[in-house]
Design a protein around this ligand. Structure first.
Ligand SMILES: Nc1nc2c(ncn2[C@@H]2O[C@H](COP(=O)(O)OP(=O)(O)OP(=O)(O)O)[C@@H](O)[C@H]2O)c(=O)[nH]1
Ligand SMILES: [Mg+2]
Length: 522
């Protein structure tokens, strides 16, 4: 039986392709059957290839890659949230790095001590180089701390240690220092800087992180200070990529067995050059300084709440300065390293159907001069976790002492929710540092003194958190580029592992659902 000619075969003869496909003029009925059979077979093969491609595509869509961007101002808790992701989804790697964080923890501790000495120093009254984020703008006259000179002398070795830790963390084996990061920082303010010279394959800059350096060295016994550290924004950069961790990793520090007979392990505590010996030797004066009622009184007069600051370890000096101190998970979560650039971390996470999904979490630097680096990540991100540290309502930005940190968070939030590139991106808001907020309100700090709009509402946790919830929520409602977008708001303390794990799980499910919906798979 002759197969009928398909209507769509009749093409215009002006089309050269059609002319070629036309059956020959002198085609016999037998030739025609053969030709149509061949065409039928070709179509069958082509259809089956199409089918395979379709199912491969579907399979690919079923295990999508999810990209999450962590956004928020500096010290909002982005890197801490990332650490919680690591703790949940790559615990072995997280724990393998714990020893490396020892250097950062020592540096955080030394820096806190330095801040106290700076604050209580009788020389500080004329200081125009104090930390704007933490130093009261006007010095308050008060009692001189009686033992100040003793503390200054006893804690002098910490000055050299700080420089040494910075050098160790700054990847000394990196040979080609190249500046890649932000366009406009005061480069002269960075000391001992090594930058990774590579640029990632997508043209995005290589990640680096910085350790905030105290603005001044410890006051020297003679009262003079190192002039090189007088610059305003002195910070030290350290690569996220590798070497700062290597310098302090277990592999490097546990080098050999002491002897075939004893089988005793030689650890960092046996290395006389290890920084632990300096902090260990200074432990007693550090404890005495922190416990000194005169010091506490002076800090109160200055309204300096050191215990609320990043990388706070002053309540745990004995434990942290012990010769065989090994950081706990919680120590690592509390340790502070400032991020510069954008850092990508990948996790393979099984979803509800036990399919593995590749999650890419991007942690960005939140300081103002870092924010220009965010935009290149907006075009292919699935979700944003935005962190606003609501305890910071009485603080100023480190990079701009005139800008209230919470006002800055509101502006940043508005810019993110109204950004058109992010129209179809799920957004989750973490109102973070609620533990510090609670402590601050309990200590009598009033919100309305810093945000007059708060008015006469009660200054308690419940009312204050409700106020922030509504304020951030209404900014989203008014300015969102996507009026359909459902906003999820969580009150968080991202240093709290148990609560944060529950929230992350919840956020993960929401993001997966939204992602599948956007792919029309639900
Ligand atoms: N008490 C308390 N501390 C927190 C909380 N969240 C973060 N921190 C601490 O605040 C400090 C700053 O947090 P990071 O995660 O480094 O901040 P970041 O947003 O990554 O900052 P940049 O890298 O500068 O953009 C760290 O020492 C954290 O341990 C919180 O909810 N409560
Ligand atoms: Mg960070």
């Amino acid at each position: 039986m002759l197969l009928p000619l398909e209507p769509n075969r009749r093409r215009s003869l002006s089309d050269p392709l059609s002319a070629v496909l036309q059956p020959p003029q002198n085609e016999t009925p037998a030739d025609r059957v053969r030709r149509l059979d061949a065409e039928f077979e070709a179509k069958r093969v082509s259809d089956s290839i199409d089918e395979m491609l379709k199912s491969e595509k579907k399979e690919k869509r079923m295990k999508p890659e999810v990209k999450i961007l962590l956004l928020g101002q500096s010290e909002s808790g982005k890197s801490t949230t990332l650490k919680q992701f690591q703790l949940m989804h790559a615990p072995a790697a997280f724990r393998a790095d714990r020893l490396a964080w020892r250097a950062v923890i020592y540096l955080n501790l030394v820096r806190s001590i330095r801040r106290i000495l700076d604050a209580i120093s009788p020389d500080t009254d004329q200081d125009d180089d104090a930390d704007p984020a933490t130093t009261p703008t006007r010095r308050t006259a008060g009692m001189r701390v009686a033992r100040f000179d003793q503390y200054r002398v006893a804690l002098e070795p910490l000055r050299e240690l700080e420089d040494r830790l910075i050098r160790m963390l700054s990847s000394p084996d990196e040979i080609e220092p190249v500046r890649v990061a932000p366009p406009k920082p005061d480069w002269n303010a960075y000391t001992t800087v090594n930058y990774h010279g590579t640029t990632a394959k997508n043209g995005r800059p290589s990640p680096v992180i910085t350790i905030p350096r105290s603005r001044k060295p410890l006051p020297s016994p003679g009262g003079s200070s190192n002039s090189s550290s007088k610059s305003k924004n002195a910070e030290v950069s350290v690569h996220t990529t590798s070497n700062w961790k290597k310098a302090f990793s277990l592999g490097n520090r546990l080098r050999s067995t002491k002897g075939a007979h004893t089988n005793e392990i030689e650890g960092w505590w046996d290395d006389p050059s290890d920084p632990v010996h300096v902090v260990h030797a200074c432990a007693q004066p550090m404890i005495a300084l922190w416990k000194d009622p005169g010091v506490k009184q002076r800090l109160r007069e200055l309204k300096l709440r050191i215990e609320e600051s990043s990388g706070f370890f002053l309540d745990e000096i004995s434990r942290i300065t012990a010769l065989r101190y090994f950081p706990t998970d919680q120590d690592v979560l509390k340790a502070r390293l400032k991020t510069l650039g954008v850092v990508e971390h990948s996790f393979s996470i099984p979803d509800t159907d036990r399919k593995t999904i590749e999650w890419k979490v991007y942690d960005v630097g939140g300081a103002r001069n870092q924010r220009a680096a965010w935009a290149p990540y907006f075009d292919d991100v699935n979700a944003i976790i935005f962190l606003a540290p609501i305890s910071a309502f009485d603080q100023m930005l480190a990079e701009d002492p005139r800008a209230n940190r919470l006002e800055d968070s509101f502006l940043l939030w508005k810019a993110v929710v109204s950004n058109r590139l992010l129209t179809n991106v799920s957004i989750v808001l973490f109102l973070n540092k609620i533990d510090l907020l609670q402590a601050k309100l309990n200590s009598g700090v009033r919100l309305r003194d810093h945000m007059p709009n708060y008015g006469d509402r009660p200054n308690d946790y419940e009312n204050v958190t409700k106020y922030f919830y509504n304020k951030f929520g209404s900014v989203h409602q008014e300015f969102s580029a996507n009026k359909e977008r459902e906003l999820r708001i969580h009150f968080t303390s991202v240093t709290d592992t148990r609560r944060t794990a529950t929230i992350i799980k919840n956020v993960r499910d929401i993001i997966i659902t939204a992602n599948l919906k956007s792919l029309n798979l639900m």
